[in-house]
Design a protein around this ligand. Sequence first.
Ligand SMILES: Nc1ncnc2c1ncn2[C@@H]1O[C@H](COP(=O)(O)OP(=O)(O)OP(=O)(O)O)[C@@H](O)[C@H]1O
Length: 597
Amino acid sequence: MSLSIQPVLTVLRRAAPRSTLVVFGAQVLAGAATAWGLLLTTSVLGQLLSGGPDVERLRAALPTLLLLGGVQLARMGMETATSIARAHLVPRVYRVAEEDLFRVSLQVELSSFDDPGFYDQLHRARDRGVMHLEGATTCLVDAFRAAFSVGGAALALLWLHPLLLPILVVALLPEGWAALHAARLQYSGMATTISLTRQVHMMAELATQREAAPEIRTNQAEDYVLSEYRRAAVALQDHLVRMGVAEARATAFGRLLSGLGLVATFVALGMMLRAHWLDLAVAGTAVIAVRSASTALTQLMQMAHGLFEKGLYISDYREFIEQSSRRARPATGVKAPENPQRIELHGVGFHYPDREDRPALRDVSLTIDAGQSIALVGENGSGKTTLAKLIAGLYPPTSGRITWDGVDLRDMAPDSLADRVVMVLQDPIRWPRSARDNVRLGRHQRVDPDARVLHQAAEQARALEVIESLPQGWETLLSRQFRGGQDLSGGQWQRLAVARGLYRDAPLVIWDEPTAPLDARAEHAVYESLRQMARNRTVILITHRLASVRNADRIYFLERGAIVEQGRHEELMRLNGRYAELYRLQTKLHGLDEDSA
Ligand SMILES: Nc1ncnc2c1ncn2[C@@H]1O[C@H](COP(=O)(O)OP(=O)(O)OP(=O)(O)O)[C@@H](O)[C@H]1O
């Protein structure tokens, strides 16, 4: 159980130290009030059971009765303080735990996301860990409450007669044992529950996600999704039924034992009464104390059980945070040059995590001078995007070196490196934000008070006409998942991504298939802006449309991760190799002659 308490306490201390103290303090006082209340009850019973007329006895008991009422009132006050403190605690714990998770996820090296183990762990921590950390907080507060309540009753009994404590233990032991047994049963079945629940969730996501909906319908995969869901869900249902029945049996057995414990308590109290070790008032209080302690103990056991269960997920969460902190990108290093004059690759090799046998790049060496326009071409999967990502410093090479003005990228501060790069990727992010944010997020720190640069970027990318046709223009929310939101076509989204790249602006521009989903007019506009940008920037263009790279200063043709041809368009055509072959194929496909393509 300490497994789950420790991380909860750590988060509690950071999220809401004052509320944590209030809960703890209020429950210590509530426990003391329980003990005091029981002692006062003995005294009231003693006065009521003493000899004399009824009115006299009542009058004698009245001050203690009033005090008892006051103590109960104070106890209620402590409970209210605990509830209020808990209301502060729970949402804060959730927020802090989630923020920690997002912080480490945003800081890890990009390669972590290509590691399936990491990705799986991230989702487990996000989907379950945070939620269970919040649930464990509630459990912990209730466990405090129950523990101090049992403690208060035990203290009062010890005060009344030392022998009453062993009697309390005899009365509570069977129930405690039964509750623990039920908790263990749950715990032992938990691994199966988790694994089956994950399978059910996976299919549930597919059945309800907007992205998956069209393809499921066009592939007529509804039956498949439903039957796969049913397979996992029925297994989960049967498993839960088995566990529930076993737990009910254990609980019934516990109740039986608890009844026996109660009988034993009464017998022991009766014997003590007969032997005149106790008077009737103390015996009466002992019965009340045993009953309230046993209720609190059952609660304590239930909470311990809850903590056990949540502990499994919380340890996933904790492990993820620890591992990710080790994977974080270094925050220090040499500042990247403001305007890199020469980018060099020396024998660069690269493979993705767990793909040692399948290198994505092999022995790539090349030099790019400031202001040059470079094109990376080649068939699908030949390594173009990977190469561009390495040049941008997103992945470190697994062999060889990449330098900017002679400085190894590994020695540069990642932040300053990123600052010098614009990268528009093949499948750009569709920010579920306003159209304005979708462009502005290229460089959200940029000072652009009258949005002049923003408009210019949108115009150059032909995104302005898209934005102006939206119901709320720049402020239109671009997500159909929210009321009033709007979706765009693939090409319209791409225009926004291009505008975002233009708005970002940096000395090194990497353009990965920016025009694939664009219509001819938009494509023309994008190349026009690229040409303008290229005047004083270094541009790396990745494309399958070879006609658009004819003017590049140098074209690199990649095949299975290696550069197999390089030169200007005319040189490569003269070489009559792989590039020339593909170029001719394309011109034939589009019914153009080679020179006009
Ligand atoms: N995140 C990844 N994890 C593992 N392997 C990857 C990953 N991304 C790419 N690969 C593999 O690396 C190789 C090179 O991929 P890359 O995306 O660089 O090719 P590309 O030339 O840009 O292809 P395309 O023209 O289809 O965009 C491929 O074999 C691909 O399967």
